[in-house]
Structure formats: structure tokens, C-alpha cells
Design a protein around this ligand. Structure first.
Ligand SMILES: [Zn+2]
Length: 88
């Protein structure tokens, strides 16, 4: 069991959280010019890096999205912060 720290609520059990998306991933634009392959890649593929990564997570209990910087090898969480970068 892991404990993640929501910037709004503090430490909580990992079962209260859901992965949302890679941090820094940009929606391809303009939509009318995006191929089906590029759109599918945007929706369904993620990098899955080995080591440090930055992701957006949802805390299901409070409904807030936030950034989590963590290590996929050690499972250490280095930082959680609000999407705008500061504290709530
Ligand atoms: Zn929360």
C-alpha cells in the first residue's frame, strides 16, 4: 500500500487516487487537421518512463486534479502540487 499526499487533503491511501494523464502532454491542434493515427496516439499512448516522471492525478475524494512527480522504479513520491504550481 502506498500513501499519496493530495495538496488539498494531505496524506491518503493510494486507492483514493486515479491517474489522469502525463504532465505536459498537449492536445494536437487544430482538430480538423489531426490524423486518426495522431489522435489515437494522443488518447491511448503514454510514455511509461523508467525512473522519474511527472503526471496529473485525480484525488477521487475531493475531486481535485494535481501534479505528482514520482519515481516509477522506487515508487518514491518526490512532490505533489496544485496544477497552478502553488499551494491551495
Ligand atoms: Zn484531495
Amino acid at each position: 500500500m502506498h500513501i499519496f499526499s493530495c495538496p488539498y487533503c494531505g496524506p491518503r491511501d493510494e486507492t483514493e487516487f486515479h491517474f489522469a494523464l502525463e504532465s505536459g502532454k498537449h492536445r494536437p491542434e487544430p482538430a480538423a487537421a489531426v490524423s486518426n493515427v495522431d489522435w489515437a496516439h494522443y488518447l491511448h499512448f503514454k510514455r511509461n518512463p523508467k525512473g522519474e516522471t511527472s503526471e496529473v492525478w485525480l484525488h477521487l475524494t475531493c475531486g481535485e486534479y494535481f501534479v505528482m512527480r514520482r519515481d516509477t522504479l522506487s515508487h518514491d513520491v518526490h512532490e505533489t502540487r496544485c496544477l497552478h504550481g502553488g499551494r491551495p
